[in-house]
Design a protein around this ligand. Structure first.
Ligand code: NAP
Length: 305
């Protein structure tokens, strides 16, 4: 059976697209991907999603979005899409060895945390190096923690990590931060957080797990070694677009190119969220893009007849 719409990804963009497409009677098939909920499901307190004045946990938000989409007929497949063929319609997708066909596709595969690329980082992933505070913070109770980055992610996750670490140092390569004013204020008011500017990590050291890092002053060039149990890296994200290389137009950074209606270079294939959005990257903007893509699909299918 050919599906009317396949959605790849289950973050705010994919789930909002699923809700709108469900309400348009398209009975969308949603490929959940490697981790249900996407990035927002790995964060703790979400304070800026409208409609929740007291805030809520990331996983609570995505669970509610899923329930709402399913109420209108969206179907979730707990599988990772391994290949796609967008060369002709209906489009073909394979996931967990099964083949699916669909009249239209919304790509909402989001983005993945960017690695630092310093010696020791890859070696110690899961043994002191992490990209997810909610997943791994618990392992660093009463330890020294370093968070790398100067954006919202670094600040938000550093605040969360103060529940565990005896001290959380935010290491940033410049002397001013990108993070929003509120998060910066929370961090400056938190006695467990220390802000270390003009500094980068040059190498991560340890034996069975991380025990120290070499820090380098970006102004003087001086280096020093400091003891640390956990290194959390939040220096931005790269779009998860490898699967679509050679089939969809992309920019130099791998962001899928879309027009004003979120159509990709292939009519009938739409993109929503951090796979194409290199500017806003908020849960609410991704949800908005998911809505737009679903409306685009509805119109595309109506025009296609
Ligand atoms: P981001 O805003 O791109 O910030 C990345 C940070 O990492 C920057 O401070 C950057 O330094 C630094 N950096 C980049 N490459 C580096 C390297 N190789 N070595 C050392 N430092 C490096 O990324 P993000 O914090 O993940 O946020 C992404 C988007 O999600 C943003 O739009 C943000 O607003 C949003 N977000 C929002 C919330 C919230 O609203 N609560 C929470 C999380 C994320 P420079 O400043 O020098 O470039």
């Amino acid at each position: 059976m050919t599906e009317k719409l396949a959605i790849i990804g289950s973050g705010p963009a994919g789930l909002t697209a699923a809700l709108y497409a469900g309400r348009a009677m398209l009975s969308p098939l949603v490929f959940v991907g490697p981790a249900f909920g996407g990035q927002i499901a790995t964060t703790t307190e979400v304070e800026n999603f409208p409609g929740f004045p007291a805030g809520l946990q990331g996983p609570e938000l995505t669970a509610a979005m899923r329930e709402q989409a399913e109420r209108f007929g969206a179907r979730m497949v707990e599988a990772v899409v391994e290949s796609v063929d967008f060369s002709k319609r209906p489009f073909t997708l394979t996931a967990d060895g099964q083949t699916y066909t669909a009249e239209s596709v919304i790509i909402a595969t989001g983005a993945t945390p960017r690695p630092l690329g310093v010696p020791g980082e890859q070696e110690f992933i899961g043994r002191g190096v992490s990209y997810c505070a909610t997943c791994d913070g618990f392992f660093f109770r009463d330890q020294e923690i370093i968070v790398v980055g100067g954006g919202d992610s670094a600040f938000q996750e550093a605040l969360f990590l103060t529940k565990f670490g005896k001290r959380v140092r935010i290491i940033h390569r410049r002397d001013s931060f990108r993070a929003g004013a509120t998060l910066q204020r929370y961090a400056r008011e938190n006695p467990r957080i220390e802000l270390v500017t003009n500094t980068v990590i040059e190498a991560i050291h340890g034996s069975s797990k991380v025990d120290s890092v070499t820090l380098k002053d970006t102004v003087t060039g001086a280096t020093r070694r400091t003891d640390v149990g956990g290194v959390f890296v939040f220096i931005g994200h790269d779009p998860n677009s490898e699967l679509f290389q050679g089939q969809l137009a992309m920019d130099d950074h791998g962001y899928v190119t879309v027009d004003g209606r979120l159509t990709t270079s292939v009519p009938g294939v739409f993109a929503a969220g951090e796979i194409h959005d290199r500017i806003f990257k908020q849960a609410i903007t991704s949800a908005g893009f998911g809505c737009q893509a679903a409306l685009g699909v509805e119109r595309f299918l109506a025009d296609a007849g």
